[in-house]
Design a protein around this ligand. Structure first.
Ligand code: PMP
Length: 394
């Protein structure tokens, strides 16, 4: 059966990790893989999550099944975190999923069920797994223009023009905040314009929010999503807790659907859960239970927010200081956009061969599209790093 199988193509980022590990140069810099890192290069368990886990260990009296939707209190808390503490959630249903990836797939299954010939429009570029997950669910994928590599900004007019041309009933995938891989985001007025267009053209927003709290703050990062939610009759959302609760390997996320009324929401939710049944049945409990405890307990929640805010501020400072170092080293404002970007990533706009030279000549590792993980920038080596980047420019 397996004799003719060809190996699956290697994951570019995982391959990069292997190269980085094998590199013996002491000053090597890892800007590749997409996990938050502190100044020591560690991805720690957050304090509030650790405390919640202790309580869970002490108090949990059963590991019996919870059901297809997972932890319902987690789902309610997540809907409030994403749509807002005072949001009316009567038309919204959420299902706990294995990570944001599980949420994306579950939403994709729902879309396929509701409209088998639906096309999902994704930004050019987008997180590569978006395209793979959507296609795996049998959906068509098209791209809308998004990033201008020359200026490091959003090609907003081109984006709007493409969305205007999308047929009614198509789905538009938007990054809620902290765009991966570019770091370039829509501002509030651009979100408002997009929301208006979605309503006018009868397009369904599909918002992936995987970095809430990593950009401008927990509520600020959901502002675009909330602008859209206030205008459209229906939308779908995939949320991830991997980054903002640092529970990557525990697999915590939520798929959400907002419909025209509560009765439709119940039906859509039942279809989403039927999808879960054949994909993985029920989501893993541990991480979501810890996240639920953090969100429900005022003291744990305050501590989580404080730690998340420290992480966000650290990334912001690194952005500013790296942009300044690049300004000094390049004698130009070419890289100023890095300070204006938000989230864990920025795309530097280098060619593949420049990225390769950085790796070979300077032990600086980044994805071949020149995406850097801002959290991996070395606090005490920014000037040297900027010098290396400028040295490969020509
Ligand atoms: N969406 C985006 C844009 C992401 O970058 C990621 C993680 N890299 C995810 C969703 C899903 O993350 P996870 O499945 O680990 O929660």
């Amino acid at each position: 059966m397996f004799e003719d199988l060809k190996p699956a193509p290697a994951d570019k980022i995982l391959a990069l990790i292997g190269l980085y590990r094998a590199d013996e140069r002491p000053n090597k810099v890892d800007l590749g893989v997409g996990v938050y890192k502190d100044n020591a290069g560690k991805t720690p368990v957050m304090r509030a999550v650790r405390e919640a886990e202790k309580r869970l260990l002490a108090d949990q009296d059963s590991k019996s099944y919870l059901g297809l939707a997972g932890d319902t209190a987690f789902n309610e808390a997540m809907a409030k975190l994403v749509f807002g503490a005072n949001a009316d959630t009567t038309r919204i249903r959420a299902a706990q999923t294995p990570g944001g990836s599980g949420a994306l797939r579950l939403v994709a299954e729902l879309l396929k069920h509701a409209r088998p010939d639906a096309t999902v429009w994704v930004s050019d570029p987008t997180w590569v797994n978006h395209i793979a997950i959507l296609r795996a669910a049998g959906l068509q994928v098209r791209e809308y223009p998004y990033f201008d590599a020359e200026t490091g900004t959003v090609r907003f007019d081109a984006m709007l023009a493409a969305l205007k041309g999308a047929p009614a009933g198509d789905v538009i995938l938007l990054h809620g905040c902290c765009h991966n891989p570019t770091g370039a985001n829509l501002d509030a007025s651009q979100w408002t314009a997009v929301a208006g267009l979605l309503v006018e053209k009868n397009l369904l927003p599909f918002i992936d929010i995987a970095y809430q709290g990593f950009g401008d703050g927990l509520d600020a990062d959901a502002e675009g999503l909330r602008i859209v939610a206030a205008k459209v009759p229906e939308m779908v959302v995939a949320a991830s807790c991997s980054k903002n609760f640092a529970v990557y390997r525990d697999r915590v996320g939520a798929a959400m659907v907002m419909t025209a009324n509560a009765a439709q929401a119940d039906i859509a939710s039942s279809q989403m859960l039927a999808g879960a049944r054949t994909l993985y049945s029920m989501p893993p409990d541990h991480g979501a239970a810890a996240v639920r405890m953090v969100l429900q307990d005022p003291a744990l929640r305050a501590d989580w927010q404080a730690e998340l805010e420290e992480m966000r501020q650290r990334m912001l400072l690194l952005r500013q200081r790296f942009a300044e170092a690049l300004r000094r080293q390049s004698n130009s404002d070419r890289f100023d956009f890095i300070a204006g970007h938000r989230g864990m990533f920025s795309r530097l706009g280098l060619t593949e061969s420049q990225v390769q030279r950085l790796r070979e000549e300077h032990a600086v590792y980044m994805v071949s599209d020149s995406r850097i993980n801002v959290a991996g920038l070395p606090e005490n080596g920014l000037e040297e790093l900027a010098k290396a980047v400028v040295s490969v420019l020509d």
